[in-house]
Design a protein. Structure first.
Length: 142
């Protein structure tokens, strides 16, 4: 409740007034990983020298990691496709020091055996316990 003036009407809140808000919904990263909304790729990221936990969204996984018939014909494997995403992320992150969002591009075999240029973004933010974590997603995801 805000401070009242001498007429008893509400004015601007006083500095020591408490502001409370009800949390409507919270979705923990841990739960998103368990639900398959995020896929943990930290082990592969560590092989590339990325020490912060990394996950990709299920949309990234479905579009650019999961093998399409064209990707199978091209000799792709899921491990290699994850490696490619993380490799390109790593180089973009090294160029964009001290930024919490990094956009990067890579060529991926999708519906055609000829690779398509795609764009992804990576966001470094707080995890469930306020530790830094990286999430790689489609440009329109948040």
């Amino acid at each position: 409740m805000g401070a009242r003036d001498r007429n008893g009407t509400a004015g601007k809140p006083a500095i020591d007034d408490e502001i409370t808000m009800e949390l409507v919904y919270s979705y923990a990263r841990r739960q998103a990983l368990e639900d398959g909304v995020l896929i943990d790729v930290s082990a592969t990221a560590r092989e590339l020298g990325v020490t912060i936990p990394v996950a990709v969204t299920s949309s990234v996984w479905e579009r650019y990691v999961k093998l399409t018939p064209a990707a199978i014909r091209a000799g792709n494997g899921e491990e290699g496709r994850v490696w490619d995403i993380l490799w390109m992320f790593r180089w973009a992150a090294l160029r964009a020091k001290d930024q919490s969002e990094v956009r990067f591009q890579l060529h991926v075999v999708t519906e055609s055996i000829t690779p398509s240029l795609v764009e992804l973004k990576a966001i470094c933010g707080p995890g469930d316990d306020c530790e830094p974590v990286i999430t790689i997603m489609l440009p329109n995801e948040d």
